[in-house]
Design a protein around this ligand. Structure first.
Ligand SMILES: NC(=O)c1ccc[n+]([C@@H]2O[C@H](COP(=O)([O-])OP(=O)(O)OC[C@H]3O[C@@H](n4cnc5c(N)ncnc54)[C@H](OP(=O)(O)O)[C@@H]3O)[C@@H](O)[C@H]2O)c1
Length: 299
């Protein structure tokens, strides 16, 4: 009889119904008792109520999705990017979604004076800083690693590595004032795999994996957790040349051996960042989450 029910799938259904009778009141109880927690994966949870975050390079793509997700979870967010028009448009878009606790400032993330302005602006607007998301990253060159011009190499390291290091130094005393906080680096699966054509970019992302570890060790005494994400190919302007043509997505997916058979979208990075900066990740530091649809990417 039991075997019959299993084979018909009815026992699963029965168990599910009984289980939900028990678990639903428990979930309600836990979400009322511990409002900071998020019982299940949903952008509706409010794990970041009262927190203030800076997200760099956040007027498009992954950065904008991260800003949106942190706002949606209750944080106040400052976004930056080079172009004031892009900042204004991003804020308008977020406002249109009912996300009001956002402000932004134009500036180049690798310029120390602009970094300082971004931090000062955040303090003026929201009075403190709990979270820094170093999302910025550029890839100006495509070609063989030894054909990369010295100036391009320097620029890659200046923006992709040094700017996040400098931003972290600027934000560090303000995180300490809050009794701790969270720093995120946006690396790439390219930091593990050295994809052909963008190997120099990949080396900067490998450096970010090292920087994440080093900073996690150095800042743990201040109750500051430092983690990162390593996205695969995510559909944004930056990766558009790879996939925005006939069979592009299919070719990338097969070429990179993406097990899920598709490219990622920015929201799939944003959810991981929201988790890492929340109390749900309170015992996680020095880690990278690879978000690459199952691409094998390890050092
Ligand atoms: N897309 C992918 O497949 C992928 C994969 C792995 C990792 N990543 C990483 O994810 C991060 C975001 O990439 P994305 O794909 O979301 O790019 P995107 O859609 O092209 O957006 C780039 C953002 O960065 C801003 N920006 C560019 N240069 C800047 C600078 N010097 N200072 C301040 N802001 C700057 C841009 O705005 P302005 O033009 O106004 O400055 C824009 O808001 C990067 O670190 C990238 O390496 C991306």
């Amino acid at each position: 009889m039991t075997a019959d029910l299993f084979s018909q799938g009815r026992l699963h259904l029965f168990n599910y119904n009984v289980a939900s009778l028990i678990t639903t009141p428990l979930l309600v109880f836990f979400s009322i008792s511990f409002p900071g927690n998020c019982a299940m994966s949903s952008s509706r949870c409010r794990r970041l109520e009262g927190k203030v975050a800076i997200v760099t390079a956040a007027t498009k793509g992954i950065g904008l999705a991260i800003a949106e997700r942190l706002l949606d979870e209750g944080a106040s967010v400052v976004i930056g990017s080079r172009n004031q028009k892009n900042v204004d448009e991003a804020i308008k878009e977020l406002h249109s979604k009912g996300l009001k606790n956002v402000a932004g400032l134009a500036g180049h993330i690798a310029k120390p004076e602009d970094q300082k302005k971004l931090v000062d602006f955040t303090l003026q607007k929201f009075g403190k800083i709990d979270i820094l998301v170093n999302n910025h990253g550029i890839n100006p060159a495509f070609g063989h690693i030894l054909e990369v011009q010295d100036e391009v190499w320097d620029k890659l390291f200046e923006v992709n590595v040094k700017a996040g290091f400098q931003m972290s130094k600027l934000v560090h005393p303000h995180l300490i004032k809050q009794g701790g906080g969270s720093i995120i680096f946006n690396a790439s699966y390219g930091g593990y795999k050295s994809p052909p054509g963008i190997a120099a970019y990949g080396v900067t992302k490998t450096a970010l994996i090292g920087l994440t570890k080093a900073m996690a060790n150095g800042l743990s005494k201040d109750n500051i957790r430092v983690n990162g994400i390593a996205p695969g190919v995510i559909k944004t302007k930056m990766s558009r040349a790879l996939w925005d043509h006939e069979d592009g997505e299919k070719n990338v997916s097969e070429g990179q051996e993406i097990q899920l058979g598709r490219l990622g979208v920015p929201e799939e990075c944003a959810g991981a960042v929201a988790f890492l900066v929340s109390e749900d990740a309170s015992y996680i530091t020095g880690e990278m989450i690879v978000i690459a649809g199952g691409v094998h990417a390890r050092l």
